[in-house]
Write a protein that binds this ligand. Structure first.
Ligand SMILES: Cc1cc2nc3c(=O)[nH]c(=O)nc-3n(C[C@H](O)[C@H](O)[C@H](O)COP(=O)(O)OP(=O)(O)OC[C@H]3O[C@@H](n4cnc5c(N)ncnc54)[C@H](O)[C@@H]3O)c2cc1C
Ligand SMILES: *[C@@H]1O[C@H](CO)[C@@H](O)[C@H](O)[C@H]1NC(C)=O
Length: 509
């Protein structure tokens, strides 16, 4: 039942008090708990110009702009603040209402409920796209709404760069509050560790800064703690001089998989000696472009050294495709955009850096490809099974930069982040994919467990909604996030009302 067009007669209340009065009235009159969710109240407060109502063309376009087709949940309205001050006033209005609220920056998260909400208000930060650079402080100030490709391009004009997404369409807000793995992680740690200051709108509408000197607990908590504390309206990031990088994708036949698996393990163990280098391997199956599984791999030397020595063994492996060259970070990011508008299912786990895990995952992925072929038409799905280095080096960089809440400093051995993705077209196909990838994940974890190779950590920005990434940060970090959330959001607005994303109140014991 939608009641937001139904006004109590003669309600000449100020917009800020209207919601409370209205929800009481509705409950009494209609005998239900349904209440005003904030759309009319935002309009009454003067936000008509930036309010997209369900049914309008602009609303539909915005709902279609999410990366994954399964995450648009048809909110009652979308509000698109242009400034921090508007975010603050919007939060104040919504705090007095009672419907669910979602928060969206780039809208790139792939699970339904991460960045949109049915029958509620979605705060869409996509119009806050400013990127500036201060040559005196050497800090880049980035609003949450652009895409990484835009950020690299804007900063290149100042000949600087920051660690950011490897796909140019990925958003800023979720990426930076959830971690951020980049080609620069060996040099600078996770991208969140390059945030010197967050400007944050709190639940009471106050705008605060969080950095090493002011609200330092909030600064640390926002590095991995996601949307549990407030809405970040500006990220001030340390920069480094922009250099052309040498990098790109290569792809080999499946028969080269075991050799490449070993190069991944060796690369990860040597990453400390070559922190300027990055490597990813990806067992990929896309039956509409190739009948067989291929092993794609990404090599990057961020110093722009051609054939950098860290890749010596890798470059000996024969390829069927090679796009490695000198290029800007912007070009690299814009060259490899994962296609959107598909129904996405992702699972991610972390393992010790051991070749047995990669080989096992490769075998499971071969089986998966065969099974899926018999269940879903060839043109309607694709899968990727990726490994990325997570050497202890990354956590050392984080500690040097003031620390975060990931708890990776507890992991004493080099590790690998595993990610499996499945793209499908229809809800029924996605159900099949979800069942298969969930089973895959459980099988691989059990295999790792039985050999003592499991690492109890999940990368928040990659996992499925059935996983529990915040819990994987460890008890002391969970307790810390709870304390910081309670301190900066005493009414629990970002737990109970802003329902999108990973919530510390849902972590469990
Ligand atoms: C094609 C593709 C490539 C990717 N590549 C990488 C990669 O190279 N490295 C990597 O680490 N990850 C990568 N990711 C994962 C990516 O980090 C996450 O999807 C991330 O959440 C995207 O950020 P976003 O702003 O689009 O998030 P959104 O989906 O807009 O938001 C997700 C959640 O983040 C929180 N949030 C968002 N904005 C704010 C804010 N301003 N203040 C407070 N909380 C906020 C909220 O809880 C929100 O519910 C990739 C994802 C895709 C789909
Ligand atoms: C890099 O290696 C490739 C072969 O792998 C070779 O063709 C090329 O000349 C090398 N370039 C440099 C600058 O060493």
């Amino acid at each position: 039942m939608y009641l937001y067009n139904h006004r109590p007669a003669g309600a000449l209340l100020s917009p800020l008090t209207f919601c409370l009065a209205a929800s009481v009235w509705v409950t009494a009159a209609a005998g239900t708990t349904q209440s005003f969710n904030g759309c009319n109240e935002l309009a009454d407060a003067g936000f008509q110009e930036i309010l997209l109502r369900s049914g309008s063309n602009a609303y539909t376009a915005r709902e279609q702009s999410y990366w994954a087709a399964n995450v648009a949940l048809r909110p009652s309205c979308i509000v698109q603040p242009r400034t921090t001050e508007e975010v603050s006033r919007i939060v104040k209005v919504l705090a007095k209402c009672s419907g669910p609220v979602a928060l969206r920056s780039g809208g790139h998260t792939q699970w339904a409920g991460a960045n949109d909400v049915p029958n509620g208000v979605t705060i869409d930060l996509g119009r806050m796209t400013k990127v500036t650079y201060d040559a005196r402080t050497k800090l880049a100030s980035i609003q949450p709404g652009p895409r990484w490709g835009d950020v690299y391009g804007d900063l290149l004009k100042h000949r600087v760069c920051v660690p950011g997404g490897r796909d140019g369409n990925v958003g800023i807000g979720g990426f930076l509050t959830g971690g951020g793995n980049s080609y620069y992680a060996g040099l600078h740690g996770l991208a969140c560790d390059s945030v010197a200051n967050f400007e944050v709108v709190l639940a009471n509408g106050n705008v605060v800064n969080a950095n090493a000197f002011t609200n330092a607990d909030l600064w640390k908590a926002l590095k991995g703690g996601s949307g549990n504390f407030g809405i970040v309206t500006r990220f001030d990031m340390y920069t480094f001089p922009a250099k052309d990088i040498w990098g790109g994708i290569r792809a080999s036949l499946r028969s080269e998989g075991d050799k490449l698996a070993q190069t991944m393990v060796d690369f990860t163990n040597d990453n400390e000696k070559n922190p300027e280098d990055a490597y990813i391997i990806n067992y990929a199956f896309n039956p509409s472009s190739s009948p067989d599984v291929l092993v794609a791999h990404v090599v990057v030397d961020t110093n722009g050294v051609v054939n950098a020595s860290a890749f010596e063994e890798i470059l000996k492996v024969p390829v069927v495709m090679n796009d490695v060259k000198m290029r800007t970070m912007e070009n690299m990011a814009e060259s490899y955009l994962l296609p959107g508008n598909q129904r996405q299912t992702w699972f991610s786990l972390t393992f010790e850096n051991d070749v047995r895990i990669i080989k096992k995952a490769g075998e499971l992925h071969d089986k998966l490809a065969v099974e899926l072929k018999s269940l879903i038409p060839a043109g309607s799905f694709s899968t990727q099974c990726l490994f990325q280095p997570l050497p202890t080096l990354f956590a050392e960089r984080s500690v040097q930069r003031g620390g975060n809440v990931f708890g990776l400093d507890r992991v004493k051995k080099n590790a690998l982040v595993w990610l499996i993705t499945g793209a499908t077209e229809t809800p029924a196909q996605q159900k099949i994919m979800h069942d298969k990838l969930s089973a895959f994940s459980n099988t691989l974890e059990a295999y790792a467990d039985s050999r003592g190779l499991d690492v109890q950590w999940q990368y928040l920005n990659y996992v499925d909604e059935t996983q529990n990434p915040l819990k994987s940060y460890g008890k002391s970090n969970v307790d810390f996030i709870r304390r910081v959330a309670a301190k900066y959001d005493p009414t629990g607005f970002f737990q109970k009302r802003v329902v999108s994303g990973w919530k510390i109140s849902k972590v469990g014991a």
